[in-house]
Design a protein around this ligand. Sequence first.
Ligand SMILES: [Zn+2]
Length: 386
Amino acid sequence: MIVCSIVKLVVQVKLLPTPEQAAALEATLHAVNTAADLVSAVAFDQRCFRNYDLREHTYDRIKAECGLAAQAAQHVIKKVADAYRTFHANLRAGNLGAPGAKRRTRAESRPITFRPDAAQPYDDRCLSWQMQARTVSIWTTCGRLKNVAFTGSPEQLKTLAARRKGESDLVARDGGWYLYATCEVPDVPVTEPEGFLGVDLGIANIATTGDGTRHSGKGLNAVRHRNRELRRRLQAKRTKSARRLLKKRRRREARFAADTNHTIAKQIVTEAERTGQGIALEDLQGIRDRVRLRKPQRVTLHSWSFHQLGSFIAYKARRAGIALIHVDPAYTSQQCSACGHTERANRPDQETFLCTSCGFAEHADVNAARNIAARGVAGWAVSHAA
Ligand SMILES: [Zn+2]
């Protein structure tokens, strides 16, 4: 029997509003969040936290006072009710400390507040999508905005066109405008793998697979190096404009890293799909010990980037029904993938693997990837023995 379940996922598209449209969106977020603060104060004063009850107390008022349309007013009230539900659940779970704790008492003593640009949910009545024209029509406090352009990757747009369902959130972030749209996609059953494609993560080569493909980190490392130099120079200056430039560079670097990771993840998943293999990844718990770097900051950066690549691969593999397994990476760089002999001397330098026992020679990263693949096969057999 095949059970086809549904996975909800969020597709993010960037809006490209004109300056006038952007001003209307900004005014709208401010209005709905002012309304949310108002509703929250009423909820707090009257100890009334349920969506339906709150509506009775606040609906007419926020429509009139904040200029909200009916749907927007309902979404604001629900947003407040949801926030209090989360808050109370956190209280019960003791996440804000025991009763009487300072932090907890402070949180309990005043209503929840909302940032002026906190995200706002939209349903199909206040937001419609024109996929062909790549525009949306969206309700604002300045009237309905038509022809607001948006952009996304081909993959995102395809999912959006075929699978969008339910609400979307309007989000202001880093000076840009985004819609986070909920999509429902069928969960693809995992195909029984014929062997595993092992993936070794590193600095010189971001990812190396057991078939010998090396995804070079050259471009990314060059960008990081340039930015590090720039950072050193600018940090000495301590001016406002220097800080701004640094922030901009950091964001650009993060975007470049994410693009690189997406590309690598796609190539790896495509290769596994073509050959019917599963994918074996290193369990990243031990990455800090394995990547020996002098500066702790660099370790953080790289381990963050590895986690991102891992999550991109996991996401794409899941969508394609490809088996994915995480293995213990201990000694994968010192172990011979031909005979199993493990010794530090097997690794005369960074790039070379040369087995002192059987004479097997290979690029060090490729050898490690093959060990990861073998552990993947073993791990899969154990976890699917039944
Ligand atoms: Zn050997």
